[in-house]
Structures are given as C-alpha cells and as structure tokens.
Design a protein. Structure first.
Length: 131
C-alpha cells in the first residue's frame, strides 16, 4: 500500500540515527550522510539531514553545522519536522563562532515552534546572552 511504500526506509533511518542517540557522534555522522546519499528523496531524508548537522554541531564542527542547517532551512525546510530545533542549534553554532547577532535571530525563529521544551531552551540562551 501507499503508506508502506513511504515508510520502506524507516528501519535504515532508525539505524543511521541510533549512534547519535547513544552519543556516538563520530559513527552517527557518516551513517546519516550515507542515508541521505542513498535516499535523497526519501520521506526521512530531511530528518536525517537535520540529525547529520546536529551531529556535526555536537562534534564541534560548527562551520559544517552552520552550512548544513542553512542549506536545510533555506532550500528544503519542509522536509524536516525539526525546523525549530534546527534554528536553535544553528543559533548555538553561531554563538560558538561569536556571531551573536545571527544567533539571536535563529533563537527567535526557533522559539516560534510549538514546543515548550524548545521554548525553555531558547529562553535560557537568550537570558545568557543578555549578561
């Protein structure tokens, strides 16, 4: 059926994300990159791209994370349900690179998401930046 065909790569996506959930970013990044390369138009491709850039952020590769989040948010924003989190971590990467004005913009965009936990995280970052 149609839904089954959309979800055919769900297991491969979950397998690619698993190392990140186990805080094994060095293994997660190539696994997610491989998933995106092998399934560029898949239903889970946008989420895989979000997680791939999040792994880069966690590895301290802020330049790559910034480039990746910008590409995802500007060129394919509707491919991921994690837009708010992408804005938040783009803001964090900007902040780490001392681009505080750009970080503020991304935090405010992330705060628009209907996610109370994300809003709390954004509010905390904004308070920290005011100091």
């Amino acid at each position: 059926n149609y839904l089954s065909s959309l979800m055919i790569n769900r297991q491969a996506f979950r397998k690619a994300v698993q190392p990140l959930r186990e805080t094994d970013e060095p293994d997660a990044s190539p696994a997610l990159r491989s998933f995106v390369k092998d399934h560029p138009t898949d239903l889970y491709s946008g989420e895989a791209r979000y997680y791939m850039h999040y792994a880069e952020y966690r590895l301290g590769r802020t330049r790559e994370a910034i480039d990746g989040f910008l590409d995802l948010l500007n060129n394919d924003p509707h491919s991921t349900a994690s837009q708010g989190k992408a804005h938040y971590f783009l803001g964090r990467a900007y902040e780490m690179r001392k681009y505080s004005t750009l970080a503020l913009i991304e935090y405010r965009l992330g705060r628009l998401e209907d996610n109370d936990l994300l809003k709390k995280a954004v509010d905390k970052r904004l308070k920290e930046m005011e100091k």
